[in-house]
Write a protein that binds this ligand. Sequence first.
Ligand code: AMP
Ligand code: FE
Ligand code: FE
Ligand code: ZN
Length: 296
Amino acid sequence: MPSSFVDLHCHSTASDGTLPPAQVVRLAVDQGLSALALTDHDTIAGVAEAAAEAKHLGLDFLPGIEISAEYPHPGTMHLLGYGVDPQSPALRDLTKALLAGRDSRNPKIVDQLQKLGVAITMQEVQREAGGKVVGRPHIAAILERKGYVSSIKQAFNKYLAPGGLAYFDKERLTPTQAVAMILDSGGLPVLAHPIQLRYQNDAQLERVVKDLLDLGLAGVEVIHTDHDAPMVEKYTALADRFGLLKTGGSDFHGTNKADIQLGIANGRRVPREWFDQLMVALRDKKQLGISAAKSV
Ligand code: AMP
Ligand code: FE
Ligand code: FE
Ligand code: ZN
């Protein structure tokens, strides 16, 4: 019998985590998890390596991606795409669009840091990232290493977060585009960590979820490191009321978020059942997709 816990939200070196995909998988096994979804920002570049290691070790594995959508400040809207098909042209288009948004933003941050007297270059940042998805955490790691700040957190507060000295936003997809592109890529869209929407009241949260539901939202991330007990309760009720899937994960980033342990989200674990339900929904979607294609 598989163990009863899973983690459906984590990052590897393919984006801004510090462990390579295969090592994240090994850690999941060490933590006694029975299934894992890798959800790197804007890329599935880590998925093949993770899937191979998971197969080798007998861990159930689901490819995923995490996308930031346009949303009014100070909130942020992240959408998780589960079960996206690495071969799909829609997914290739999606990741290309997302990387273009980063490629136009990152040099602006580096230029501004240089103007502020910080010794940093885009080459260094790219080297730090070691891949295509170059993010602010990589810049933060350089700032920390060079002693400009004493922690990643401080790098964000002083330079990289909104209001910081070298903050630039990146171009994002609208929620409509993000949801549609995840669906077109064969995946199921799930609203990540709703607390980060920074909604004013429950009615506003509900409106956002309803609007996303009309676009094809499939689930809500209920358990997450940023969610306390009342939030978990609220998002459970919300998901159940709208007939949405419940998902959960730690948002593990390795030492880039050193206080987060894989498999544990603010003291909670994610039930295996939620993974199984997600897999059933994915199978249904794929079957529907096939029959729809046949009928035209
Ligand atoms: P980017 O995708 O390049 O805009 O960077 C976003 C990532 O930076 C997030 O996914 C987090 O991993 C990290 N991040 C954002 N804000 C903070 C913060 N205040 N402190 C630490 N890490 C952060
Ligand atoms: Fe991140
Ligand atoms: Fe996120
Ligand atoms: Zn994440």
